[in-house]
Every structure is written in C-alpha cells, then in structure tokens.
Write a protein of this length. Sequence first.
Length: 300
Amino acid sequence: MATPEYPGYNQGAPKMKREFRLRTMIVPLSMILVHLLVIDIVANLYAQSYPWLSSLLGWQDPAAVPEVLDIQDLILKDYPRISVLYGLILIPLYSLILFFRRLNQRDAIWLKKPDKKYLLPALVFSIGLLGVTNLLFSGLMILGDSVPAVERLMTDYLEQAEAFSPALGYGWLIAGITFLAPLSEELLFRGIIQGELRRAMPEWLAVVTQAVLFALFHMQAVQVLYVFIPALALGAMYAVTRSFWVPVLMHVVFNFLGSVVPALLSGQESLSQAVVWFEVACAVISIGVISYHRHQHERG
C-alpha cells in the first residue's frame, strides 16, 4: 500500500533509512515522564514555599494565608504561575537536548522560517480546532444529561479547567498557559518525540503516534478525547511546512482562544456565542482548505 504523503512533504529532503529500535519507545516515554515529573516537583515546591513567596513578593497578606494549605486547591488555583515556572525549566532543557541532537541529525527538528502561504491556513486551522472542541463539549454536555458517567467526567474536567482562570491576573495566564506551556509541549511532542518517531516509521504514522501520546499525556478523560484532533493537526502541519514555528503558532492561538478569550468575554453571552460560531465556521473552512490542497496534490 502506498504511503500517504502531505503536500510539500519530502520536497528537497534526503531519503532517510528508517529503523525501529529500543530508543524509539524509550525516548518518547522517558521524556514524557521527565515532563510530568518536573511539573509535579515544581508544583509541590511552589505549594510548600507559597507562604514565603507570597510574603516576599506581596502576592497576599501574610495574615490571610491559612496555616494549613490545601495543596491541591492551591496548585489548581495558581496553575498559571506554576506553568511559567516549569516552562522556564523545560524550555531550556528541551532546547539543549535538540541542539546536541541536531549536531548529528540535522532534521531532528525543522527550524526553517515558515513559508508565508502557510500562516493564514495555520491560523484558520487553529481557530477551527476550537470550533471542533466546542462542538464536542456541547455533545458531551447533552450526553451527560442522560449518562451519569459522562456527567461526572465533564464535572471533573470543568473543575480542572478552573486552572485557566485569570484569578491571578491576565499576565500570568498569557505568559504561562498561552506561551510557555505550549512552547514546552511543542519542543517535547513535535520536536523531540515526532523527530524520534520519524526515524523509525513513515511521517504520517509518526504524526498519528505523537498525537496519541499527546492526548494520553493529558490523562483527564475529556482532555484525552478532545486533544487528539488538535495534536494530529499540529503534527501534520509540522510535517507539511517543515517549520517548528507553525505548530507553535497554532498551539499559542488555540490556548489563547481557549483560556484568555473566554475569560475576557465572561458574562457576555451573545458575544461569546458569536465567537463560538466563528470558530465553528473556521472548522468548516479548514475542511475545505484541506480538501482543496489534497485535490491539488493529487492533480500534481
């Protein structure tokens, strides 16, 4: 069976001998473990140091800090700050790993400047992915009315989604959730992991595999369900454009629309609905753009 290819894939790229080795499994799984471990350590150190940090930096009146902290509640409430802290650790770490890997493997990560023709489709795709996500949420909410298990999963997800609130200020939300967390995840999944996987399998299979890993990485059932499609799109656009900066842009836009924009529009029901319908419209446009490019590729 012929291997599917993306438009623009293989253009000017040397043939690569693919070989499945033990490291093909060990590298992705170990790096995901490192990522989760760093987040856990940073979150717990932050929680343990909170009274001191709060007093030093003036985040909260020391007298208002309870003697016994609910650590899990604090981590959830202050997650934008925590995401900034772990991002400042993981981004240099992953950058260093990829720097040394590129010394022997130039395509370990593709860093070329993105072609301008891909930027607008990438932006539309990002917005459209939010439209798909909103449709999925709507379906789950409707299903939850009659299926208690689904209702419990949605309740659990909504509780976790409180971490994306602007309670600490929009600066932390934008710096952590919109920029640093996406950049660290892109370096890991589209950079290190997808780069490792394509050494052992066709690019299309590497894209699918990294998307599965990215979805499972989020662990919460609803997130696992809706994250797979965006991860697939990010990996595919990376393969098509051969530019790491395209999925970074898409991820940043996705997180901005999914966290900052809803917070800004809180309480403005009509405007929020208009944004949702715009996102759904972009999803439909994205399907049309993909179909057009596939048709052009087949004709070519």
